[in-house]
Ligand binder design. Structure first.
Ligand SMILES: [Zn+2]
Length: 375
């Protein structure tokens, strides 16, 4: 992942912070120190306001993290794999490896997030009430946490996919109709509608104030983000649907050029890379896959060493190699290609090479599938 920092591990889940998060952290702290806390007590010094601002925004992000963690823990408990949690400009996101395959699972995973925010909000409210007489600065932090967590829960409950509320809506329609495609179509349409309303609200806010306001820009940005996310989720589903019946062996190429591990890099470049248009070759010894070698590996080695270095020294060896079997579903293969950001994957059966599957072959198939269906 680019531009992210690893924050630590909680319950075995890696927590990352995206660089864009810094922007929102500063914006929240600035709004709190400049507006919220001075409005609570005009006599507080700037130092106190800023200290409270930093503490409150850290606690706010801890609340966002708790919200995402609750999604992740329920997902794990439901048998899903959680890759990580990333905090970024629009809050947080828990990367769950696969979309839930049952409506009830999705319902549970989606609803626990807003529920967690409500619980934090209520407890902060109680703390606000209890600390009012003892420490007004502490009370004002709790008041903020109470309000922001309730607001977070409300926003997430808006029924537009992929917000939690949209996921809950999808799970309900899905459970009722037993059709995940229709459910996703309706929920992501609602997501786009919410996005459109947010963008309109942003534009109206800016016109009414006749100035570029932070809130106005914020509504537009969140709306835009939501629109893209809704669109992407639906397209992702269509893609998965198109590949549901397709096996790796239906799409793989079997007439492939392989190279022996003992071949020199110089020969690889002259006889294979320059002659064929392929950038990567499977390294095979007596029918057994040994690894994969591509142009990028060659480029790392100084040119004068090309004639004397065998391919086996620079190839990505079989232990590190992602592979698929011919009977596997094309969705699984596409998942591996995307997760590792690679262009081709060897198809291997009992350690013997059967072919190679390229990302382009899958994409071409999807395109054809879509065109045929339109007609
Ligand atoms: Zn959530």
């Amino acid at each position: 992942m680019r531009n992210t920092w690893h924050l630590g591990k909680v319950f075995g889940i890696d927590i990352y912070i995206d660089a864009s998060w810094i922007v929102i952290f500063m914006l929240v702290t600035w709004t709190l120190a400049g507006e919220y806390f001075p409005s609570q007590n005009a006599d507080w010094s700037p130092l106190l306001n800023w200290s409270l601002g930093i503490i409150a925004s850290l606690l706010f992000f801890a609340s966002v993290l708790a919200h995402e963690l609750s999604h992740s823990l329920v997902a794990i408990q439901q048998g899903e794999q959680v890759k990580n949690i990333t905090l970024f400009i629009f809050g947080g996101v828990a990367q769950i490896a696969e979309e839930p395959d049952e409506p009830l699972k999705e319902f549970l995973i989606a609803s626990v997030g807003p529920l967690t925010s409500i619980v934090i909000g209520v407890f902060s409210g109680i703390a606000w009430w209890l600390s009012g007489k003892i420490s007004p600065p502490a009370a004002s932090i709790f008041s903020y946490l109470c309000l922001i967590n309730i607001a977070l829960a409300c926003f997430n409950l808006v029924p537009g996919f992929p917000l939690d509320g949209g996921r809950i809506l999808r799970a309900i329609i899905w459970g009722y109709t037993k059709n995940v495609k229709i459910a996703t179509k309706i929920a992501s349409f609602c997501g786009k509608l919410v996005a459109f309303l947010l963008i309109s609200l942003g534009i109206i806010t800016m016109f009414r104030l006749k100035a570029i306001s932070v809130n106005g820009i914020w509504f537009i940005l969140i709306g835009w983000f939501l629109y893209n996310a809704a669109n992407r989720s639906y397209r992702h589903l269509l893609l998965k649907d198109a590949l549901r019946e397709v096996k790796v062996e239906d799409l793989m190429i079997t007439s492939l050029d392989t190279v022996p591990p003992t071949l020199s890099i110089q020969r690889l470049v002259d006889d294979y890379i320059m002659r064929h248009r392929d950038h990567g070759f499977l390294v095979v010894d007596e029918g057994m896959v040994q690894g994969i070698v591509c142009l990028a590996d060659v480029k790392k080695l100084p040119k004068e060493r090309w004639p004397t270095t065998p391919i086996s020294e620079i190839m990505l060896s079989k232990e590190l190699l992602e592979k698929v079997s011919p009977e596997e579903n094309a969705n699984v293969a596409l998942g591996k290609l995307t997760a590792k950001n690679i262009h081709q994957i060897p198809v291997v059966q009992e350690n013997r090479v059967r072919g190679i599957l390229r990302r382009n072959d899958i994409l071409n198939y999807i395109q054809l599938h879509a065109e045929v269906r339109v007609k």
